[in-house]
Each structure stands twice: as C-alpha cells, then as structure tokens.
Write a protein that binds this ligand. Structure first.
Ligand SMILES: [Zn+2]
Length: 452
C-alpha cells in the first residue's frame, strides 16, 4: 500500500499524474488483493482455565505463523504472531484472563512491528507450553492454540488427598499419609510385557449362598468421565443446552453420591469446562488404578424424535450395529474438535493401549453395562433394550472395565428438558450408582493383583 502512495505523490505534470494515479489505483487493488488473502483476521479468542492446564485459543480465517519463548524472573511467555494486525477481537483477550486462572496472571497484547503482534503472558508459575495449530474442523476455522501446562504438575492422588477427596480403606481414618494411599507401584512399561496378562482385577466367584455379602478388602475407585469440555461442546440441543455442561452436572451429582458410600472413592477426569483428550482420560483412570471407568454423554441425532438412554461397552470385533459404529466415530472425533497437539506423546501412549488385549475387560464391561442399563431402564425409556458395543477410544483401558452412558438424546426437545432438570440428573446419578453397586455385589474386587 505504501508503495502506491509513493507513486501518487511524485511531482508530475497533471496529465501524466492522472495516468499514474489511474495506474496507482490499479496497483493498489492488485497489491491489496493478495495481501488481504494473506493477512489473517482473528475471528475469536477463547480462554479455558483449569488446574490441568490453561488453554488460549485464537481462531483465525487463515493459518498463523508464530514463534514463542519463555522468560524467567518473573515467569512469562512471549509469543510473536506473524501476518496479523492488532484488532479489537484480539484485544478482548486481555479482559478474558480471569483473576483465578491457575497459570496466567495477565496477558499484554501489542503491535510489535508491522505485521507482527506480540502477546506477553505474565505467568503465576513456571509452565511447559504446547503451541500448535489446528486445521478447520466442525464449526471452527483455523485455530492457534497455547496450552500452558505446569512445569511441576501435582501428583493427582496427593492433590485429591489435600482436598479431602481421597479416603483410605479405613473409613474412620482421617487424611492418610500420601505414601500409603498412592498406587503401590507404577505399572511396568507396557511394551515390556511379552504376553498380555489377564488384565482384570483378581476376583473370586460370587459366594454360592443366596445373599452374597462381598468382603471388601480395600476402597473401590471409580473414574467418572464427563464427556467433551472446553473447545468441544459435544452435541447441542435445540434449546441451546450443550452436552458438555449437562454431563458435567450429572457426573458431579454422581460423584457426590459415590462419596457417600463407605467403600468407594471417585476421580473425575475433568471437573470444569476444559478439554481433556480421550487418551488422557484413560491415562488418568489408570493413574489412580480405577476399578471402573464410566464415561457420561448425551446422545444426538439429526431427527428430533430419536430418544432414549443407551449404555455401551468396547468392541474388539466391530460395532454391534451401524448406529453404534456411527456414534463411536462421532464420540471419537472429540480429539479433533477439542484439539490435541498430535506431536505430544499422549497419542503414542494411547496407541500402545490399543495394542493390548481387551477381551477380559470387555467381558467385565458388559456385566457392568447390563447392570447400569437395567437401572436406567427404570427412569427413562431405553433407546435399545440391550447393551451395545463399538470402538469407543475412551473405553480402551485394557485393565479397567469401562462403559459409556448416553444419558438421553439432547437433540430431542423433551429429553433435552429432562437432561437439564435437577430431578432427572439426580435420578440418573442414582440409577448409575445402583447399577455399579449391583455389579460389585456379583463381582467383588479383591486385593490388587496388578504387579505381574
Ligand atoms: Zn458425547
């Protein structure tokens, strides 16, 4: 643009100047056209603060190039973004940082030099950032993502003990020392196992008498997994309610009910509105040596009449129906929508998990799924009368019985209303807990036998 102005202001005779001005006008257009195609516009900024990590997303109409570096004393991250001009949308980022953000104190935004915008994140502690771009997907255009992970992440169990959320085997005992309740030992590296050992928890058959009274030798640990979160809203109902919100609400109710049980404790894979990659959900459950993994979702379909609750288990041989396969594909696309850094090693671990046998896990998962489906049938219409199976990525922990519950169809206006109703959420939580208890009544967990 500046070049064409130079041409126009050259001292020339009037006739010639007119010609040049015309040419300048043409030049202006021809220079601006490719420029406007290249200069990115920030169309939205989003911030997802969480204890796990804080994510900042810049959504743009084209892919952005960035460089970033960390500075200490005080800790900050400096990001230079090429090919953009500072616009009001980008300036909104400053106000979007909340005072209680675990990692970001504030952000400063400025035009560093022509065509380069600089963001300075003033940090509350040292972070390990992951900076990556995502191609357009779903309703999103290009995204530039900053995930700020703590450089020294807290041990998940120690953190729960600190919050008083991790009771020991003896209910009378108060806050036990960390070492006692920590998983006895990290699992051996998965690759080192020559043959997949029977991956399930050692159990005895139910006692032959009519009223089995299982003797629990330890706390039962339940991993609850509210689906989606953050950048990934999941399905959205006609009334505007989002799957990620209703499933978190149901999961929190269920968590509270599980905590009332003398021999159970619970871990949420997410307790706020941020995205947790599918593989990380599985990792989190394995880290606390969960006895069960229960993923909570809300179904959606193109026609508003589809309705009813469903419970799914993993399948090794293929889906039990076309609809189940379709649903698994939809749920598995969460990582694309939610956005993961494919260069990070979460993915590698996830693929290692896939290679292990899950036959025994699936057997147990089917029993758990039937017990839960049976209870849910008492509070809502069932979409199908039986447990279905498909290749859900989040159900692939080889050593934890895992189920995925579609609590109702959020795309059905009547069921959307139920999903947001406190009483229904409570009934759903009660039904799932009842199912879990019935499962354990017939499949009591014994002492851990996992250090094989
Ligand atoms: Zn879902």
């Amino acid at each position: 643009m500046s070049r064409s102005i130079e041409i126009c202001t050259k001292p020339l005779k009037s006739k010639v100047r007119r010609t040049i001005l015309k040419a300048g006008g043409t030049l202006l257009i021809s220079v601006l056209a490719p420029l406007s195609a290249r200069a990115a516009q920030i169309v939205a900024v989003r911030v997802w603060p969480a204890e796990d990590y804080t994510r900042v997303t810049l959504e743009n109409d084209s892919e952005l190039k960035t460089t970033h570096f960390l500075v200490q004393n005080p800790d900050r991250m400096v990001v230079d973004i090429e090919g953009i001009e500072l616009n009001p949308t980008l300036k909104e980022l400053v106000a979007k940082i909340q005072p209680n953000d675990p990692y970001i104190k504030q952000v400063r935004v400025g035009q560093n030099r022509p065509n380069v915008v600089r963001l300075v994140f003033d940090l509350k502690e040292e972070v390990k950032p992951q900076v990556f771009t995502l191609d357009p997907v779903g309703g999103y255009q290009h995204r530039l993502v900053f995930d700020l992970y703590p450089a020294n992440p807290p041990d998940p169990i120690a953190a729960m003990i600190e919050k008083g959320e991790w009771p020991s085997a003896n209910p009378g005992e108060v806050a036990p020392p960390v070492a006692q309740t920590k998983p006895p030992e990290p699992k051996p590296p998965l690759q080192a196992q020559p043959e997949p050992p029977p991956p399930q928890i050692a159990r005895v058959d139910p006692k032959p008498d009519k009223t089995p009274t299982p003797t629990l030798t330890r706390m039962i640990t339940i991993a609850l997994d509210p689906g989606h979160g953050g950048e990934d809203p999941g399905a959205t109902g006609r009334g505007g309610n989002r799957e990620k919100d209703v499933v978190l609400s149901i999961a929190k109710r269920l968590k509270a009910k599980i905590e009332q049980q003398p021999n159970m404790r619970v871990m949420l894979t997410r307790d706020a509105d941020y995205f947790v990659p599918l593989g990380v959900r599985v990792q989190k459950a394995r880290k606390v040596q969960a006895d069960l993994f229960v993923s909570i979702h809300a179904d959606a379909f193109v026609t508003p009449t589809a309705r009813g609750s469903s419970v799914f288990a993993l399948s090794e041989k293929g889906a039990s129906s076309t609809a189940a396969r379709w649903l698994a594909n939809k749920e598995n696309s969460a990582d694309l929508i939610g956005g993961i850094n494919i260069q990070s090693h979460d993915r590698q671990l996830a693929s290692v998990l896939l290679d292990l046998s899950t036959t025994a896990q699936i057997n147990d998962s089917m029993k758990l799924a039937s017990a839960v489906l049976n209870e849910i049938g008492g509070i809502n219409k069932l979409h199908k009368g039986a447990v279905e199976q498909a290749g859900f990525a989040v159900l692939k922990a080889p050593d934890i019985p895992s189920i995925l519950i579609e609590t109702a169809f959020i795309s059905n206006p009547e069921e959307e209303a139920r999903l947001t109703d406190n009483a229904y959420q409570d009934q759903m939580a009660d039904a799932v807990l009842k199912g879990i208890k019935k499962y354990f009544a017939h499949n009591p967990p014994l002492a851990r036998n996992r250090l094989t």
